[in-house]
Every structure is written in structure tokens, then in C-alpha cells.
Design a binder for this molecule. Structure first.
Ligand code: 13P
Length: 325
């Protein structure tokens, strides 16, 4: 048995095949806290949705890898026999990091060499794929830079994925899925246009061209949070200051899914919702000093957010393979 199977995780292969065939996207939800993990699993069980529990590695003193594994193993146990759960490394930065994660029980890893020279991205990604595939772990690569984390200043268009590089990259590396840059942005402010200017719509034509060249390739959207304004208002009405918090409209995400996107990464939405809920609670109950109650209000808001995303935007509700037909 593969090490991740012993923990109850699946890799992304069948998940993505079903999503591509069914024109929906599996959620890639990032977590950093117990409440987020609880809410993700609860919402995905409630909506019968498969899910990738995604972790971007933090320094050990912030969150020890053993604690991360404990959290997600608990999640897999909660979900056992009900929904498929993949445990995914988000934005792996080196072969060594991916190897450690694979050895430690991840069922899927991303290796992000998008900021390296093309040949170096190919070489590092190929090395990770070779190690991962020998152990049944699936790999996400990246071509193009997604603003907010990976790109320096300069016009966003310069960082968009070039479809004519995709075929060679996929053939040379053997990746199972590919993160692309089509105008999404990591973080709470997706509008990189100057104030007063309209942000450009996503470059769906790039997705169309990638699909034309590689129809079966599972494509991944990063930086896809919608930044719901009700949660931004909850933050700002209770002592916070989030300015220029603008997301990607739901209909653009749906249009991307209708072409070839089969995993959508969401983190900022949940960070803002959680912050808004905690701020609202603490202002309403200034004498409350008990994390169990203020974090519980955050957990409830998160369950609603993830469930809504699965049902209304990603179309993943009801698609858990273990659910009887
Ligand atoms: P958001 O910042 O839009 O939530 O994107 C998260 C992400 O892409 C993690 O890899």
C-alpha cells in the first residue's frame, strides 16, 4: 500500500478525469488552522464533494509538519467512505521539499518552477514527477506566472501562459495537471488595474487554445477567490481596513471550468471570511475571551462559504465518487 493510502487519501487522477468529463471543478482549499480543516471536511461531506486539502508549507515553529499530518489524517478519518480527499502540497519549491512531502504522506504535490528559466522548470518538474509517479503520487506543474506571489512588477500579460509551450512542457515532464496564468491573482486584491480602470477579464482564449492542443489535460486555476464583499464589509465594519479587496467574478470561474479547468484554488476568501467572523463576534461580545466560541463562529461562516462554493460555483456538489448513484 502507498503511504498516502494508509492514511486514507487518494491521488488526483480519477478525481480530475471525472471532473473533466463532468465539466465541474474539484475544490483546492488551502488550510492553516484546525477550524479551516474542520469546516472544509464538514462542508464537503454535507455537499458530497471531493476535495483537495492543500497546504503551503509554513516554517516549523508556526505549524510543525507532524501537526499538519495529524490534522489531515483526522480529516481523512472523518471523510472515510463518504468523500474522496487528496492531501496536496501547494507551491512546492524544490525537489527536496516535494520528496519530503511524498515520503510523509501527501497524495499529490505541486512543483512550482514557473519563475525559473524554462529549461530549469522542465528539469526540476521532471525529477519530481519521476519520484512521485514511482509512489503513485500525482504532480501539478506550472507554466506562466500568477500575480500576487510569483511575478515581479510589469504588465500581467507578460506572465500569461504561452499555449505553444504547453505541449512540450507536458510531454517533457509527464505532469498530471498544469497550473496556468490567465489573469487570476493570488491574494485579496485581484484588481491590478489602476483605480477607476476596469480589470481585464480572464483570458479564456488561452484556456481554449490549451484545450485544443491537449484536450485531456487537467488545468488548474490559482488565485481564484471571489472576495465576497459581505465578508470584506464584516472586516471593515469591525475595526479592520481592507482596501481594494476585489475578486474574480463567479461567472468567470464558471466559464473557465466549462472549458478545461478541473481544480480551483481558494484561500483568500476563507481568510477574509474567518477574520470578519472573529472581528464581528469580538466586537459584539467584548467580554468573550474564549477561543472556543469566537473560533466556532468563524467555523460556521466557513462551512457556509465552502458549501456555497461547491454548489454554486464549482459544480462539485454531489460528485463524490463514493456516494452511491
Ligand atoms: P486566492 O488567494 O485567490 O484564494 O488563491 C489561493 C491560491 O491560489 C493558493 O495556491
Amino acid at each position: 500500500m502507498r503511504s498516502y493510502e494508509a492514511y486514507g487519501f487518494v491521488n488526483t487522477k480519477a478525481m480530475y478525469e471525472r471532473a473533466l468529463a463532468g465539466h465541474y471543478a474539484v475544490p483546492g482549499y488551502n488550510f492553516n488552522t484546525l477550524e479551516q480543516v474542520q469546516a472544509i471536511v464538514q462542508a464537503c461531506i454535507d455537499t458530497c464533494s471531493p476535495v483537495l486539502l492543500q497546504y503551503f508549507v509554513l516554517p516549523e515553529e508556526q505549524l510543525h509538519p507532524a501537526l499538519v499530518l495529524g490534522l489531515v489524517r483526522g480529516a481523512a478519518e472523518m471523510a472515510a467512505g463518504r468523500i474522496d480527499v487528496a492531501f496536496h502540497l501547494d507551491h512546492g519549491s524544490s525537489f527536496e521539499q516535494c520528496k519530503a512531502c511524498i515520503d510523509g504522506g501527501y497524495s499529490s504535490v505541486m512543483i512550482d518552477g514557473s519563475q525559473l528559466p524554462h529549461a530549469d522548470n522542465v528539469a526540476m518538474t521532471r525529477e519530481v514527477v519521476s519520484y512521485a509517479h514511482d509512489r503513485g503520487v500525482t504532480v501539478e506543474g506550472e507554466l506562466g506566472g500568477i500575480a500576487g506571489r510569483e511575478t515581479a512588477d510589469g504588465p500581467m500579460e507578460e506572465h500569461y501562459t504561452k499555449p505553444d509551450e504547453v505541449e512540450d512542457f507536458v510531454a517533457a515532464t509527464g505532469v498530471d495537471s498544469l497550473a496556468v496564468s490567465v489573469g487570476t491573482v493570488h491574494g485579496a486584491s485581484k484588481n491590478l488595474a489602476k483605480p477607476g480602470q476596469t480589470p481585464p477579464p480572464l483570458r479564456l482564449d488561452i484556456l481554449e487554445e490549451v484545450k485544443r492542443r491537449l484536450p485531456g489535460l487537467p488545468v488548474v486555476l490559482h488565485g481564484a477567490s471571489a472576495i465576497p464583499q459581505e465578508h470584506v464589509r464584516a472586516v471593515n465594519a469591525h475595526g479592520g481596513s481592507l482596501t481594494r479587496a476585489v475578486g474574480i467574478p463567479d461567472d468567470q470561474i464558471r466559464a473557465a471550468i466549462a472549458i478545461n479547468v478541473c481544480k480551483v484554488n481558494i484561500h483568500s476568501d476563507t481568510q477574509i471570511a474567518m477574520t470578519g467572523a472573529v472581528r464581528t463576534h469580538l466586537v459584539a461580545c467584548p467580554g468573550d475571551f474564549d477561543p472556543r466560541t469566537y473560533l466556532d463562529s468563524a467555523r460556521k461562516v466557513l462551512v457556509a462559504l465552502y458549501s456555497d462554493k461547491n454548489r454554486r460555483v464549482l459544480g462539485s456538489a454531489g460528485k463524490a465518487s463514493t456516494v452511491p448513484p
